[in-house]
Write a protein that binds this ligand. Structure first.
Ligand code: FES
Length: 135
């Protein structure tokens, strides 16, 4: 993790025990998550959508470095939301600032799938960092 936010209660997460896939929209890129390699980087909770997006080469903004202190990592979990950790009060508070909020919205840095099913993630257009996106 890039840092720790001392003002929030750490999210309770259940890390995956087996491989699963994350599909990112609109690119359609599919990335296989290997639990043995988590975390992939230092941004967001280990195994979070932000962590996975960066490993997959998907440009997802994260102004606060992934510590639940902004809403720039807003994503929409189109499929597999039931396999993700519960939305905490702290995440909900930040998420309320996000543009285009839906019932399936999460902060990418706080949303950690447990690997029980594949997941489909939509990165809203305003959150895509096209400069960083690569294959
Ligand atoms: S990167 Fe700031 S809340 Fe996720």
């Amino acid at each position: 993790m890039a840092g720790v936010n001392p003002y929030i209660t750490p999210a309770e997460v259940d890390l995956p025990k087996k491989k699963y896939r994350v599909k990112f929209l609109p690119s359609g890129k599919v990335f296989e998550v290997d639990p043995a390699r988590l975390p992939y980087g230092r941004n967001g909770l280990p195994g979070s959508i932000l962590d996975i997006a960066h490993a997959a080469g998907i440009g997802l903004d994260h102004s606060c470095g992934g510590v639940c202190a902004c809403s720039t990592c807003h994503v929409i979990v189109q499929e597999g939301l039931e396999s993700c950790n519960e939305l905490s009060d702290d995440e909900m508070e930040q998420l309320e600032e996000a543009r285009g909020l839906t019932l399936e919205s999460r902060l990418g840095c706080q949303c950690v799938p447990n690997g029980n099913c594949d997941v489909v993630i939509e990165v809203p257009g305003w959150n895509r960092n096209l400069v960083k996106e690569h294959d």
